[in-house]
Each structure stands twice: as structure tokens, then as C-alpha cells.
Design a protein around this ligand. Structure first.
Ligand SMILES: *Cc1c(COP(=O)(O)O)cnc(C)c1O
Length: 220
């Protein structure tokens, strides 16, 4: 085992301890956010036992997914967690296991055409911040329904906590969890390095962690 794989394992154990301290159990999934890092880091993450990998940019996801697949490096599952332009869906189809950021009907239509039956999460804007993507909470039902009509598999919802560390993230997370339950969905993707404790306390089933597993991201 290389030093970095051992280091990632140790950091993953700390994340797991935080999850347990917040009342979560080992069923809480840890999505390793490898965005901006080199493909070697994604490879080391898989070697450390992280099988769910998240990326924000379509081209970067495609590149890393192809390289790991060619090497036969483990069985990584790629999740798209950044904003999706419709003209990038072609690149993602066949590589992405879960599209976590479906926030509008037009995007759902494109995914349904290019990747029939794809597994998706709808992204909900639970903070009301204008700069954040996501469907408004009261429009979630319509989007979830439409995805179903299009033959997509809506498996969960996803949200981002408040940008400001001054704001208590728990109400936003509680709102997402309530929507997940109302729609009878299985998965609730919320919580990042900074706020995963609050997210798990409010019922997150998947935290998306970059910095606390891999350290700061390199400059682009
Ligand atoms: C970058 C990113 C993360 C991970 O953030 P960290 O603070 O590095 O843990 C999680 N979710 C989304 C949507 C992101 O863009």
C-alpha cells in the first residue's frame, strides 16, 4: 500500500467516526469527490476502498472514468454532482452511474433520450440562495413525477447546504430529508466536508466528501 492510500484510509476512518458520532451508521454512503485532482488520486481512492466517486465537470469525469476502466482498476461508480449542460449528456451516458443534479425537465428529457432508464437524483435548492442550482422545494414533486414518466429511475434527492458557515445548515437538510420521505425515495445526498455532521444528524444517507479525504484541491 502506498503512503497516500494509507493516508486516505485513515482519513476515511475519521469521516466514518464523524458519521457515527452524528447518529449515522455504516449504511451511510461516502461519495469521494475527486474533482480537480489528477486521475492518480481517483485510482488511490479506489485502492483505499472508496467505490463511489463524484465529479463536477463532464469532460473530467469522462476522462477519469475511461482511464480507470481501461486499467480495470476496481469497480468504481461515477456520480455527476456538478451542473449539467444538456450538450454534455452524450459524454456522460454510459459512464455515469447516477446523475445527482437533475434540476429541470429539459435536462431530464435529454438524459432519458441519451441514457434510457438512467438513475437520477433531483437537486433541490433548500437554501433559497440565487447562486445555487436546484429546483425549488415546492416544484420538486412535479420534477420527480416527470422524471418517472420519462422512464428515469429517481432514486433520491440531493442538496447543498448554505454557503456561509455562519448559517445553521440543519433547516435546509431537514427540508430535503422531509421531501425524500414524502416521495418515498431511498437516498438523500447531503453534507460535505464542512457540514456532513449536521447532514447526517438530519438523515443524510450519502455524504459527498472531497477536502477531508484528500486535502485541499490543487489550483486549476
Ligand atoms: C466539491 C463538492 C463537494 C465536496 O466538497 P468538500 O468541501 O471538498 O468536501 C460536495 N458536493 C458538491 C456538489 C461539490 O461540488
Amino acid at each position: 500500500m502506498t503512503d497516500r492510500v494509507a493516508d486516505i484510509r485513515a482519513r476515511l476512518e475519521l469521516v466514518r467516526e464523524r458519521i457515527r458520532a452524528a447518529g449515522g451508521d455504516d449504511t451511510v454512503e461516502v461519495l469521494a469527490v475527486t474533482k480537480v485532482h489528477a486521475v492518480d488520486l481517483a485510482r488511490d481512492a479506489v485502492a483505499a476502498g472508496l467505490t463511489l466517486l463524484g465529479e463536477n465537470y463532464a469532460a473530467e469525469l469522462a476522462d477519469k472514468a475511461d482511464r480507470l476502466a481501461t486499467e480495470g482498476a476496481g469497480t468504481a461508480e461515477w456520480h455527476m454532482i456538478g451542473p449539467i449542460q444538456r450538450n454534455k449528456v452524450k459524454l456522460l451516458a454510459g459512464r455515469v452511474a447516477v446523475y445527482q443534479t437533475v434540476d429541470r425537465v429539459e435536462l431530464a428529457e435529454t438524459i432519458a433520450r441519451r441514457h434510457p432508464g438512467a438513475v437520477v437524483f433531483c437537486q433541490v435548492n433548500t437554501t433559497g440562495e440565487a447562486a445555487k442550482s436546484g429546483v425549488a422545494p415546492h416544484d420538486t414533486a412535479r420534477l420527480v413525477e416527470r422524471c418517472g414518466e420519462l422512464g428515469l429511475t429517481v432514486d433520491g434527492l440531493m442538496t447543498l447546504g448554505p454557503t456561509s458557515a455562519e448559517i445553521d445548515p440543519r433547516p435546509a437538510f431537514a427540508e430535503l430529508r422531509a421531501l425524500v420521505d414524502r416521495h418515498g425515495l431511498a437516498r438523500c445526498s447531503m453534507g460535505m466536508s464542512r457540514d456532513l455532521d449536521a447532514a447526517v444528524a438530519e438523515g443524510s444517507t450519502m455524504v459527498r466528501v472531497g477536502t477531508d479525504l484528500f486535502g485541499p484541491r490543487p489550483d486549476r
